[in-house]
Design a protein around this ligand. Structure first.
Ligand code: CA
Ligand code: CA
Ligand code: CA
Ligand code: CA
Length: 638
């Protein structure tokens, strides 16, 4: 009996050891140094509490799992109200796995609050501008980054039937080798599309016409076929990538069940925040947003300029014969593996604008140039967006919209002389760490030849090079044989989840600082509509001419060319109010004049002839919701 219980205990112990997920060493865990939802919430409350005169933390909505979508408003104490100042919306982490976006947005918020009243530029910009910072628009999806088993995934975890079999979330991936990560399985299969690279056995390459059949492999996400439909891990924890859910260039599929543009709570909350009408205020309080800065897997600052829409395609379920690096890849336009055939062509008569309006090209080009100067990020990887906030903000909301990828293989120009210590990297805002990964990364950036044009498999090669040369060989799970109960002998291996999406946390301070500087510069360029001192000319004893010049002192037009096309405009209004309507009359013209836009540096002259006894007063009001709010002046006719 004693022996038996000993054996049972040993067996139990062994069994429990087997069941325990092998946690990744803390040092190598990609989420080390990142904030999970609770930590982010605390951090935002702390930043807001540092200076309550200039901050306001509110929740713009809740996710399906009840998490708040935090929005921190930062606006200086001077100048007009936060609702009247031209505003920059900063939004990150729409793709669940792109957690770096939320960290940099948080870093910007910290920088603004800490430097207000200390740094001259921060103070000046905050006294004339408002920042709406929404660091994490997909907190449910982001929480996966902090799980004990790592799986790269972009969606928001809303249960969804991804393979249209009327079952929901019935076949997710499994960590078969117990290393705490969902990676890939490769299996010899004559019908496969992949073969092992001759030079690097880690690397899988797309088959060529002359590849021998016995060298071909199929690639699956790690796991078993739970529902016996011969598809592997085709329907795991569900949801939709918020950055593909916006109502412009949305990728629909007639078979799609229950997914439509702005179907997700997070998408709705953001659109509502930007456009909602508040009856008590008789206004749309956030229509003062003059530009959007997004942190996402798309990049139109270093990877290119302007916005060119991609072909909207509905995500296909993962499964047999379909090469996906992980379930998340299905949703990750930016990082889909391989030049997989994309049979869907854009509908020939799609009425949606898909390219930067020619009238706005210069604006985008100038901002990209400035971004590269400020951040020293000279290139980035990006695919073309479809259904992203980037597109909706520009093509529908009508404001300039920018997105920075923050972390991808880059090719840096060596513009500054190399420093001894870093052998070519420039140190400006880079934090020194014991291993100085930032410097190593920068060196790699200079050597890498990756670009948006590179094939996905080419990127894999570059990432392996980065792992070997700059990351101490860490980041790739070596292919190892595994006896799969359904597929027979397979090998499990591949890139560690999140490696190619989020940088090591020691990059966050430098990225935050450079992007805070860029955000400040971007916001300071918004249109500023001002009025010159009104000029009164006496034409006769009771006839006066009033002349008022309004001008745009900003570097951006009051309304983009795209905004004029979509008519999402708050026109510039100039209005006269007479002291005495009985004795004062307009000789032609109108008391209220509306102008739809004013180019950067442009001015417009308004003239009235007024019949009035001398000495009468006129109140002049200039109102420009996206140009600095209300300006009032009083004129005396004499
Ligand atoms: Ca299903
Ligand atoms: Ca695994
Ligand atoms: Ca299945
Ligand atoms: Ca499975």
């Amino acid at each position: 009996m004693r022996n038996l219980s000993k054996i049972t205990l040993t067996l139990l112990l062994l069994f429990s050891l087997f069941l325990l997920p092998a946690a990744i060493p803390a040092d190598d865990n990609p989420s080390a140094g990142y904030n999970n939802y609770q930590a982010l919430t605390n951090a935002l409350k702390q930043v807001a509490g540092q200076n309550t005169k200039i901050t306001k933390l509110t929740s713009i909505g809740k996710t399906l799992k009840g998490r708040d979508l935090w929005m921190l408003r930062v606006s200086g104490v001077k100048g007009p109200s936060p609702f009247e100042k031209q505003a920059l919306l900063i939004c990150g982490n729409l793709e669940g796995d792109h957690v770096i976006g939320s960290e940099v947005a948080l870093g910007i918020a910290k920088y603004l609050v800490e430097q207000y009243g200390k740094d001259e530029k921060v103070t000046r910009v905050l006294d004339t501008r408002t920042f709406y910072i929404i660091p994490r628009l997909n907190p449910d999806g982001a929480e996966l980054f902090f799980n004990s088993t790592l799986q790269e995934y972009s969606g928001n975890l809303k249960p969804r039937d991804e393979d249209y079999d009327w079952l929901v979330d019935e076949d997710g991936p499994e960590d078969l080798n117990g290393d705490g990560m969902i990676t890939q399985m490769r299996v010899k299969d004559k019908e496969g599309d992949w073969f092992i690279d001759d030079k690097d056995p880690r690397l899988m390459k797309k088959k060529e016409a002359d590849t021998p059949l016995d060298k071909l492999y199929k690639i699956y996400t790690e796991g078993i076929d739970n529902d016996g439909d011969e598809l592997y891990n085709e329907d795991g924890q569900g949801g939709f990538n918020i950055n593909r859910n916006f109502p412009h260039n949305f990728g629909y599929n007639p078979k799609g069940l229950g997914v439509y543009a702005a179907s997700e709570l997070e998408t709705q909350a953001l659109i509502d925040f930007m456009t909602r009408y508040v009856p008590e205020q008789k206004t749309q309080p956030h229509k003062n947003i003059c530009g959007v800065l997004l942190f996402s897997k798309f990049d139109n600052l270093a990877a290119g300029t302007g916005i060119e829409c991609g072909t909207p395609t509905f995500p296909q379920p993962a499964g047999v014969g379909r090469p996906t690096a992980a379930m998340g890849m299905v949703f990750m336009m930016g990082r889909r593996r391989g030049a997989a055939a994309e049979p869907q062509l854009p509908p020939p008569t799609d009425p949606q604008p898909k390219k930067t309006n020619s009238g706005d090209v210069n604006l985008f080009t100038n901002v990209s140039k400035e971004y590269k100067e400020i951040t020293d990020i000279q290139s980035a990887q990006s695919e073309k967006p479809a259904g992203s906030l980037l597109e909706w903000a520009y093509f529908q909301f009508g404001v300039p919209a920018f997105s920075a990828n923050l972390w991808s293989l880059r090719q840096e120009e060596q513009r500054r002389p190399p420093t001894k210590k870093e052998g070519g990297a420039q140190p400006q805002a880079v934090q020194q760490t014991t291993r100085d990964r930032a410097a190593m990364f920068r060196q790699f950036q200079m050597g890498a030849r990756a670009s948006a044009q590179t094939q996905a498999s080419g990127n894999d090669e570059q990432w392996l090079k980065w792992i070997d040369e700059k990351n101490e060989g860490k980041g790739f799970v070596k292919w190892t044989k595994f006896n799969h109960k359904q597929l027979g002998e397979v090998e499990i291996g591949g890139f560690q989840p999140y490696l190619r999406v989020n940088p090591p946390a020691d990059q966050i301070p430098a990225l935050s600082k450079s992007h805070a500087e860029f955000a400040l510069s971007l916001a300071s360029q918004f249109a500023e509509i001002t009025m010159d001192e009104p000029e009164v000319k006496k034409l006769s004893s009771n006839l006066f001419e009033l002349k008022i010049n309004i001008r745009n002192k900003g570097k951006f037009p009051y309304v983009t060319a795209m905004g004029q096309r979509t008519r999402n405009i708050n026109s510039i209004m100039l209005r006269l109010k007479f002291e005495d309507d009985k004795s004062m009359k307009l000789f032609g013209g109108n008391k209220r004049n509306d102008t739809s836009s004013l180019d950067a540096g442009a001015e417009q002259e308004f003239k009235w002839v007024i019949i009035s006894p001398p000495g009468k007063r006129i109140d002049v009001t200039l109102w420009a919701m996206n140009g600095g709010g209300t300006t009032k002046k009083t004129v005396v006719l004499k």
